[in-house]
Design a protein around this ligand. Structure first.
Ligand SMILES: N[C@@H](CCC(=O)N[C@@H](CS)C(=O)NCC(=O)O)C(=O)O
Length: 278
């Protein structure tokens, strides 16, 4: 992998790396924040993976959330990948909610998407393997994300017991099989069989998750997508029925934007740091 950005930030470094992804069949950029603690001889730090939402690439979180300050405080490395495969060979679609910038963290099985759109394998397996081989990290991992990325974080954690120490989400799409964004994306990437969609739906997965990793969710009460696309009460009801611990914090007045994320990202970093350093 090649470092293409390198900027001093809160005593550490905000970097961006470029690499060839075998899983996605294209070149990908991902952001890495190295806190000052990463400089120590033989340092090995835990990693918080951040999955962004629709229209984002690896830049949105690092330029807008202000998380580096808290990562520096806690000694946690932040890794923020792009949200879809990229490049001229990769198929795309009209509209911001399908194709590039909208990978939905699934392994596509339908054409023309199946060759490149394998963001589930990329964020759960290929990227952590690369990070763990090349950076001063160990195998302590946590995961968080926003909107489509909140969905990705919840699904990654629920499907992989033991892989993550903690999981959280901002304004996640908790039930993609029941809302327009998810129905459009899953219909395209996974085809018409709705049974197959359930493997990527947190509200379905929570019913039988083998590990009861507590779910932490913050949701803005003034979010323009709350009642149409996000509907956190669906996950809340399923978690309650399954006895799966969930903290859902409604934040009156906050919308869907990074202003909301920036307001509470410090609390999420503290939550993950506690689990990662326990
Ligand atoms: N109204 C937006 C919908 C997409 C959107 O709200 N994206 C969120 C994630 S679901 C985001 O993080 N956008 C980029 C940003 O705010 O930096 C659009 O049409 O672009």
């Amino acid at each position: 992998m090649e470092r293409i950005e390198h900027r001093a930030c809160f005593g550490g470094w905000q970097d961006v790396y470029r690499h060839r992804s075998q899983v996605l069949g294209c070149t990908m950029d991902f952001a890495v924040y190295l806190p000052p603690q990463a400089d120590g001889p033989g340092a090995r730090l835990p990693v918080l993976y951040w999955l962004s939402g629709l229209t984002c690439n690896e830049q949105n979180f690092i330029t807008k959330a202000g998380a580096q300050r808290y990562a520096a405080e806690h000694g946690v490395i932040l890794v923020a990948p792009d949200t879809s495969p990229r490049g001229d060979d990769v198929p795309d679609a009209e509209g911001y909610d399908l194709g590039k910038g909208a990978g939905f963290y699934v392994n596509a099985t339908a054409q023309p998407w199946a060759r490149h759109y394998r963001m589930y394998d990329y964020v759960v397996h290929e990227l952590p393997a690369l990070v763990e081989a090349e950076l001063p990290v160990d195998d302590r991992r946590s995961i968080s994300g926003h909107s489509m990325g909140g969905h990705g974080a919840l699904v990654a954690a629920l499907r992989n017991p033991g892989r993550y120490r903690s999981v959280s989400a901002f304004s996640p799409i908790v039930a993609p099989t029941q809302v327009p964004w998810g129905e459009k994306a899953f219909g395209a990437y996974l085809g018409p069989d709705r049974e197959a969609w359930k493997a990527y739906d947190a509200t379905e997965l929570v019913k039988s998750a083998p590990e009861k990793l507590p779910l932490l969710i913050d949701q803005g009460g003034g979010d323009e997508f709350l009642d149409t696309q996000l509907r956190p009460q669906l996950l809340q009801a399923a978690a309650e029925a399954a006895g799966h611990p969930l903290t859902l914090r409604m934040r009156p007045g906050y919308d869907h934007s990074y202003y909301f994320i920036a307001s509470f990202v410090g609390e999420h970093l503290a939550h993950h740091a506690r689990a990662l350093q326990a």
